[in-house]
Design a protein around this ligand. Structure first.
Ligand code: TMP
Length: 205
């Protein structure tokens, strides 16, 4: 794969979408037009799956939830991410496979190895060049939310606490990942991210 694949992760309200947007604009100012995707979603079928997962009133079994996230991921990987990376493009993703480990394994309690196995199938073995994880205490992250909570956000503070701890552990286990204090001012975070991305482009990892 010739391209560069940068993933943003963290609990809901951690500020990752803001930082992804800032990085996208910075790359554009250097003449690099990134491919920007989000999970779940990013494809016609993925956006429908997103609605089922987040916007509908019904509950579902944790395994059903995992399969839906993985179905969306498989479609996005095969139709957008893989071709873009093969063409040498920069792909910025608002969440990827690490989210299923954090939410469906640490959060919902599904077996870690099982989630890893489905991730490997859905991602076709594609791994991020860099994963940026913004770490924010649950109460601060939720105080930032302005719109109505979606189904996952309604899962409660203890669930999101497990997800947060999950991300912190995953950051330590994952090579090419960067755990940042998401309570720092957005401009400062953007600089830290830019430094890491520059080093990635210069082959410094
Ligand atoms: P977003 O609000 O950041 O777009 O993410 C959608 C929600 O889906 C968020 O609450 C995290 C959750 N999620 C999972 O539970 N598992 C996953 O694999 C992904 C990608 C997201």
């Amino acid at each position: 794969m010739k391209g560069v694949f940068i993933v943003f992760e963290g609990i809901d309200g951690c500020g990752k979408s803001t930082q992804l947007q800032a990085l996208s604009e910075r790359l554009q100012s250097y003449g690099i037009e990134p491919v920007v995707v989000r999970e779940p979603g990013g494809t016609p079928v993925g956006e429908q799956i997103r609605q089922i997962l987040l916007d509908r009133p019904f509950e579902m079994e944790p395994l059903t939830e995992l399969f839906l996230y993985e179905a969306s991921r498989s479609e996005l990987t095969r139709t957008i991410i893989r071709p873009a990376l093969a063409a040498g493009q920069v792909v910025l993703a608002d969440r990827f496979a690490m989210a299923s480990l954090a939410y469906q394994s640490y959060g919902r309690g599904l077996d870690f190895t099982l989630v890893q196995r489905f991730n490997r199938i859905a991602t076709d073995g594609i791994e991020p060049s860099l994963t940026i994880i913004l770490d924010v205490p649950v109460e601060i992250a939720f105080a930032r939310k302005r719109r109505a909570f979606d189904r996952l956000e309604r899962a409660g503070p203890q669930f999101h606490e497990r997800v947060r701890q999950g991300y912190r552990e995953l950051a330590h286990q994952t090579p090419r990942s960067l755990l940042l204090d998401g309570t720092r001012p957005p401009a400062e975070l953007a600089e830290q991210i830019w430094t890491a991305v520059q080093s990635l482009f210069q082959g410094g990892g």
